[in-house]
Design a protein around this ligand. Structure first.
Ligand SMILES: N[C@@H](CCC(=O)N[C@@H](CS)C(=O)NCC(=O)O)C(=O)O
Length: 233
């Protein structure tokens, strides 16, 4: 049996789930290389050759002379072009997909990421900064309101079908519990969550490389919070 083209380095985090969602939903064979933060594998010199930022995810395309791609948005775009999935051929729709992908990469991800960092990592590790928590939670809520407005009267962020913009945004927005950002009064966003929650292959991806911690508010939240604080200390 031949080796799959895509070798995916990832972990069970919001950015880490994005390529997993793409590959599972598209039904593409790939090889999974879990990255252990506890062992700082993402900072190892060999790994930094693939991802100079020392973070996950990264891919290596063995079908293209071991071409390496880092940054989750760029990975989704690369996979979309390679496999011709989840990205329209229409120039305007492609641009809209890029716009919402950038909105996730430059807004939703960093703001919700910092809301999570200050509450789930800094605070339990002894450094509570209320001003930062308030700033990032408030800004995250504002960004989720932008998504809700966009989703009024439409099923997907762009066009008539799932795109890489949805794939990038869902793991972050859906983890609003972990960032303690309310989604009360955002019915279009919640309907979009329901749509993606009901997709078995999307949900399958969210259990890799290991079962999802309590990012969506499920399971033993206190234990997940403790383990997470230690994992990123
Ligand atoms: N902009 C990057 C962010 C990647 C990122 O922050 N990854 C986190 C997990 S969600 C990570 O690798 N954290 C481990 C570390 O900071 O050492 C992307 O979208 O790929």
């Amino acid at each position: 049996m031949s080796r799959p083209d895509i070798l995916l380095y990832t972990a069970n985090t919001m950015n880490g789930w994005k390529p997993l969602i793409f590959l599972h939903e598209a039904g593409i064979d790939y090889e999974l290389a879990p990255v252990d933060f506890g062992k700082k594998e993402q900072k190892a010199p060999e790994y930094l050759k693939l991802n100079p930022n020392g973070r996950i995810p990264s891919i290596v395309d063995r079908g293209a002379e071991d071409f390496a791609v880092f940054e989750s948005g760029a990975i989704l775009w690369y996979l979309a072009e390679k496999y011709d999935r989840f990205l329209s051929h229409d120039p305007k729709e492609r641009s809209e997909t890029m716009q919402w992908l950038m909105f996730q990469m430059g807004g939703i991800g960093p703001m919700m990421g910092q809301a999570m960092f200050f509450q789930r990592i800094a605070k339990p590790n002894g450094d509570e900064v209320p001003y930062a928590i308030n700033r990032y939670v408030t800004e995250s809520r504002r960004l989720l309101e932008v998504l809700d407005t966009r989703l009024a009267g439409r099923d997907w962020l762009v066009g008539e079908a799932l795109s890489i913009a949805d794939i990038a945004t869902y793991p972050w927005a859906r983890s609003h519990f972990w960032a303690t950002v309310s989604v009360e009064g955002l019915p279009h966003l919640q309907a979009w969550f329901d749509r993606l929650d009901a997709m078995p292959r999307v949900q399958e991806a969210l259990q890799l490389p290991e079962p999802r911690p309590s990012a969506f508010g499920e399971g033993d939240v206190a234990r997940a919070a403790k383990e997470n604080a230690a994992r990123f200390r």
